[in-house]
Design a protein around this ligand. Sequence first.
Ligand SMILES: Cc1ncc(COP(=O)(O)O)c(C=O)c1O
Length: 386
Amino acid sequence: MKEMAKGMYSILGEGAFEYLAKAQAQERKGEEVLHFEIGQPDFPTPQHIKDSAFESIRNNFTGYVAATGILDLKHAIQDEIEQTRGFRPTEKQVLILPGAKPGIFFTMLGLVNPGDEVIYPDPGFPTYGSVVQYLDAGDVPVQLKEENEFRLNPDDIEERITEKTKLIILNSPQNPTGSVMTKAEIESVAELAEQNNIFILSDEIYSKMLYEASFHSASVRDESKERTIILDGFSKSYAMTGWRLGYVVGPEEVIERMGTLMINALSCTTSFVQKAGITALKGTQEPLKMMMEAFLERRNAIVKGLNSIPNFSCLSPQGAFYTFPNIKKTGMTSREMANHILYNAGVCCLPGSSFGKGGEGYLRFSYATSVDTINQAIKQIKESLQ
Ligand SMILES: Cc1ncc(COP(=O)(O)O)c(C=O)c1O
């Protein structure tokens, strides 16, 4: 066979799907597995959101729609950004996409040339580094340090800025550590980007999933008019991972060109799913509130449980639904420990190293499961390590 395009050899998969497959192989052998690998809420999509999609289908709202998104959902997103980020974007600043992930891919495809450098958090969402490699761009991971509660330190970013830096990726609340950057930290990064004329992709998919901390957006200085692309969506906050609905808010010129990328790749985002998105934003927020109350209880249970395992230590995450315990004192690598736990304790979590080199020595647990399952998993892990 002739060689494929270069990028096809450097684009990477995702640890979550790798470990899900391993867990399923165990289950096929008749083993019971407690699941902590996949980053999706275990709650069903709220009924009123589902009803809204059913109604749209019944009304035959099933054809192609405007490539950049239906106007009513754009208006709902304008309202949402005004309420949560403190400014009202124009319609032309909003692009609706099938999920948040295409927002990462299209933003990077749209802004980064081969050789441009991209600064991103390590450990971090694997898509960032993977797409950097796919685009043959300069890979500049910035280590998140446990001493700084895994918050990205603006000084570490400043040190890595060069003439070639094109894009800084922020993610707060963060996957995989659950860290939340402070207002001052976010503002410092936004200021650095402004001073050095660099784009920011601010992945704010967990913006509604916070415990003690409060949310701050990197759009604070430019209102997404010059350099900041806000990425948000419906997958996590509204338990809609399979629906595929997300959006970006950015400078009009960038959004217009990304819309053209969108036409070529996808034509548009599913019509009736967008209608359900309006209901999600405009309808009751009670299901989200209840989900976050459950996640808080689970967070407390899992942090306590993980800290009770000898040689494990675990910070209390401030957002999202992930914990990132340190296992360095066990003397095992992340992968060795994740495999040990899967095959000897029947608990599936992810090696921290599947989120970048900076994740070595840690594990990631997605606590989208009941407190009983959490307590059972902790018990089984403890037994397997005795
Ligand atoms: C940080 C981060 N960004 C983006 C996404 C992708 O979201 P979506 O499922 O809407 O594409 C995820 C999903 O796990 C995520 O953790």
